[in-house]
Design a binder for this molecule. Sequence first.
Ligand code: GDP
Length: 444
Amino acid sequence: MFESLSDRLSGIFDGLTRRGALSDKDVGTALREVRRALIEADVALEVVRQFTEAVREKAVGAEVVKSVTPGQMVVKIVHDELVAMLGEEAEPVSLNAPSPVCIMMVGLQGSGKTTTTGKLSLRLREKQNKKVLMASLDVRRPAAQEQLRQLGEQTGVETLPIVEGQSPVQIANRAMQAAKLGGFDVVMLDTAGRTHIDEPLMAEMAEIRDAADPHEILLVADSLTGQDAVNLAESFNKRVGVTGIVLTRIDGDGRGGAALSMRAVTGKPIKLMGTGEKMDALEDFHPKRIADRILGMGDIVSLVEKASETIDAEQAEAMAKKMQKGLFDLDDLSQQLGQMANMGGMGGLMGMMPGMKKMKQAIDGAGIDDSVFKKQQAIISSMTRHERKNPKVLNASRKKRIAAGSGSSVQQVNQLLKMHRQMADMMKAMSGKKGKGMMGKMAA
Ligand code: GDP
């Protein structure tokens, strides 16, 4: 499914990662090529736009860590944004409801609904040891109920006996009743499809939903139909409400656009993917694994991850040692501010260190956001080295000079100094009697 996109992206990044230094222009060119590759892969335009903007923003702000090249950093950023676009964490089908748990399958005719019903039922029984009952609610296509019955025979999963002349809602009610009486854990409702969306179909789905009160409503969509699949998911979601998406025919040679846009456009997780016609060809959808597959640069991604981890840990350790000695000057504050700005204000070095929460709260309480971090760093960098190490020497005229040099007011300089004093006091208090254990841990 993702081969051609994957080839394109590795082509773009191969050159980039080998270079020692990157100009803004290099990054800009690479991003334009990425953008084109995504559009050609049939990813929704709005999603492409959001994606490239997020990557550009992060690439500009990124601090390149030791031992990796700027190009490798860009690969990591693209990878992370791909994962975000695909939904971050895997979201498996949920059975977290009182038995019998009802799972309703919806989608167009031919999308793979019945096949997926069989696959999922089999998996729930074999892997999760569940007693599953399948029922076909398709009374329009004469062979539909028979198709599911045969699938049941083939997989050994029970199906609801066919009763001619019942409406979909009647069958749904009968299935729920039978499941309760028979001690089933899960009821799978395979609904009717059409060749296209129409109002009677939607009304029928809504009626079944109201009758059976399903815990999951899974939309089955053919990934080969690209943006049509995305639009379909949006319509179903608006009218019937879906809890997750199953993308079928991932084994086909589609361009991948549906898989890549589905989550961002609908806001619903892709929970499963169909990877073939056989009954065992069903997999959980793991955003990270798919991103790895698309980018094909897993080595670089883990290299950058490792490098960032060790550097963060080294810095945290050095900082902890300083604090232990009661030393925390404006250079250290500047470093902290930089960290926080880079990490979107959250966590940062402080968040990584136990006991640092309070300090972060003090900063947050002062109403400081990321742009303020940059401003404060500018103030600090307008000081001389001597002033940064000994803030006590900052008298009125020095403050005036620093304010002018950093394009801020004396009041802002004073605010910064006050914050630094509070932080230094807090650290001193923490390295005293009460905090000893904690500081010891931090330095360890
Ligand atoms: P329904 O009308 O939505 O119930 O669709 P079916 O379940 O009858 O599937 C239609 C066809 O698609 C069948 O021939 C299935 O074997 C095939 N199919 C379903 N899922 C997949 C998949 O993930 N990969 C491939 N290659 N074929 C699939």
